[in-house]
Write a protein that binds this ligand. Structure first.
Ligand code: AMP
Length: 280
């Protein structure tokens, strides 16, 4: 595995290559969820490139950019074991010369809903860095986790709308044995909070069961779930049921749904979601 830190070296590597290339963009601090993205990519392409870049543009004021865990040595070790071709780990000035990114990608109104309502500018930052990474790597395929469901939909829509020549692979969420979705932010949780954290996924599965049995009053279901979580110490940013392909508010005729949640436990903000298919 080559570790590449500059754009010129990356271009040099890319020029010599034939065969398909899959990109997995990450912010590092790799866990099994990321590694499963790599394994998925290995089924779909001949060459694998993982990028690690903590993207300042997608963090808001007062968010965890400074304390976001940076563990490049350990990450490189894990990737080496999977036998990938390249770890692209540029520093900030390589991607944002003079600390600036004068041209940015402005996603449509979905960027201001769900997570976007609580993290203004977040998806603009995501779309911009992802677009840059697509251009730099000239990848044929890119893998994204369903864990960040809204991000996945915004990227899929961007690729379609801008005719970007890349195929997006959506990869299922990797969870701990107790159901908690793996996330680099889980390590912010105290032992007590970590013990409590699976309540988020349990709440999603409870709603899914009710939907499966024909309950279709979405607003009641989500309000009950918020009422269940709040006294346990969760501060819910949103908990919503949406149509799964475009994240429109769900209607009773929709059969492919996704339940999405973001909630704070202590100092940590966790997100999760659960996709469901209702019988016709
Ligand atoms: P991040 O490093 O958190 O920006 O994530 C990089 C990629 O890994 C994104 O496509 C995420 O959706 C994906 N990812 C993160 N956690 C998980 C997980 N638990 N299961 C599946 N994919 C994940």
């Amino acid at each position: 595995m080559q570790i590449i830190q500059t754009i010129s070296e990356l271009k040099q590597w890319r020029r010599k290559l034939s065969g398909s290339v899959a990109l997995i963009p990450t912010m590092g601090n790799l866990h099994q969820g990321h590694l499963n993205l790599v394994k998925h990519a290995q089924q779909h392409a001949q060459h694998i490139i993982v990028s690690i870049f903590v993207n300042r543009l997608q963090f808001g004021q007062g968010e965890d950019f400074d304390r976001y865990p940076r563990t490049l040595t350990e990450d490189a070790q894990k990737l080496k074991q999977l036998g990938i071709d390249v770890l692209f780990a540029p520093n900030e000035t390589e991607l944002y010369p003079n600390h600036q990114q004068p041209y940015q990608i402005e996603p449509p109104s979905l960027q201001n809903e769900l997570c976007g309502a609580f993290r203004p500018g977040h998806f603009r930052g995501v779309a911009t860095i992802v677009n840059k990474l697509f251009n730099l790597t000239e990848a044929n395929i890119a893998c994204f986790g369903k864990k960040d469901y809204q991000q996945l939909i915004i990227i899929q829509n961007m690729v379609k709308a801008l005719n970007i020549p890349i195929h997006i692979e959506a990869v299922p969420t990797t969870r701990a044995n107790d159901g908690l979705a793996l996330s680099s932010r889980n390590q912010y949780l105290t032992a007590q909070e970590r013990h409590q954290a699976p309540q988020l996924y349990q709440t999603l599965t409870h709603i899914a069961q009710q939907l499966q049995t024909g309950t279709n009053h979405f607003a009641t279901l989500t309000q009950e779930a918020i009422n269940h979580l709040t006294p346990k110490g969760w501060k819910v940013d949103y908990l919503e049921i949406r149509e799964a392909t475009q994240l429109r508010p769900a209607q009773n005729t929709d059969k492919h749904l996704v339940i999405l949640v973001a909630a704070h436990l202590g100092q940590t903000r966790l997100i999760d979601n659960l996709e469901i298919h209702l019988p016709n």
